[in-house]
Design a protein around this ligand. Structure first.
Ligand code: BTN
Length: 242
């Protein structure tokens, strides 16, 4: 069984949790897909709206611990490549750290959960949510879009998921031997050079210009007083581009 053989669920709590449960019974790397999720989750403990008609995928992975910080990059890059190469969508970009945007609106997000035992990485779960046939009004705290909103067409979700996975699979396997993933990812981030407003976990707020992203995936921010700060994604609850 490879990542390309998706284990499908009609519905589940979250494909993340299904992967966590599978980690007890298999040492293999597997893909879990669900047609809908009852407790889909996003970053910062947010709910991920998960009605039927959209892609909800998670991978149970055993990456090299030295490369664990790039796994979320592979997820966003896979969606980027899928949308640009298979669908020729235009104006696709990555919003730091985990969002894929089309025409400035969010179409996909990824979520990475790493499980450590005695400071050793046991496994990683990477989740990908892609808005495929999403339409209508949902309580989502960001402007969103979907493949259907963009093209006016409906898509078969299993078919879309099976097309996304080879992009991830290729990036994942090539990341084992090349160090180019980080620069590939950095080149697609449109947050660089922008004036941003950050809300932090400790309720602090930061304003500044994004100078770049380092090789760990952290944001390099030049504050309005010209001091420079390295910001870890886990400490940010909201990033608004001014
Ligand atoms: C984000 O906040 O942008 C990340 C969203 C990740 C959603 C996906 S859908 C499949 C997997 N299962 C979940 O519960 N979450 C991830």
């Amino acid at each position: 069984m490879t990542l390309k053989d998706i284990i499908w669920f009609e519905s589940c709590d979250s494909t993340m949790d299904v992967c966590h449960r599978f980690s007890d019974i298999t040492k293999k790397e597997i893909s879990i897909g669900a047609l809908s999720q009852l407790k889909g989750r996003g970053t910062k403990n947010r709910l991920w709206v998960s009605p039927k008609g959209n892609v909800f995928l998670s991978f149970l992975l055993h990456p090299d611990p030295l490369k664990v910080h790039i796994i979320h990059m592979l997820g966003t890059l896979a969606i980027y490549e899928f949308l640009s190469q298979s669908f020729h969508f235009e104006k696709i970009s990555l919003k730091w750290p985990n969002d894929v945007m089309v025409q400035g609106k969010k179409i996909s997000g990824v979520l990475q959960e790493n499980i450590y035992q005695n400071q050793n990485l046991t496994y990683t779960v990477l989740g990908i949510g892609l808005n495929v046939n999403l339409e209508g009004i949902y309580d989502i705290n960001t402007e969103y879009t979907s493949m259907k909103i963009i093209t006016g067409k409906s898509y078969n979700v299993k078919n879309i998921a099976s097309k996304v996975i080879p992009y991830f699979d290729n990036l994942y396997y090539s990341s084992k031997t090349t160090n180019e993933i980080v620069s590939l990812w950095k080149n697609k981030i449109d947050t660089i050079g922008k004036d941003v407003f950050l809300e932090m976990k400790d309720n602090k707020r930061l304003n500044g210009k994004v100078k770049g992203v380092n090789d760990e995936g952290d944001l390099l921010l030049v504050k309005t007083d010209k001091t420079q700060l390295t910001v870890k994604s886990g400490l940010v609850t909201k990033l608004i581009i001014n």
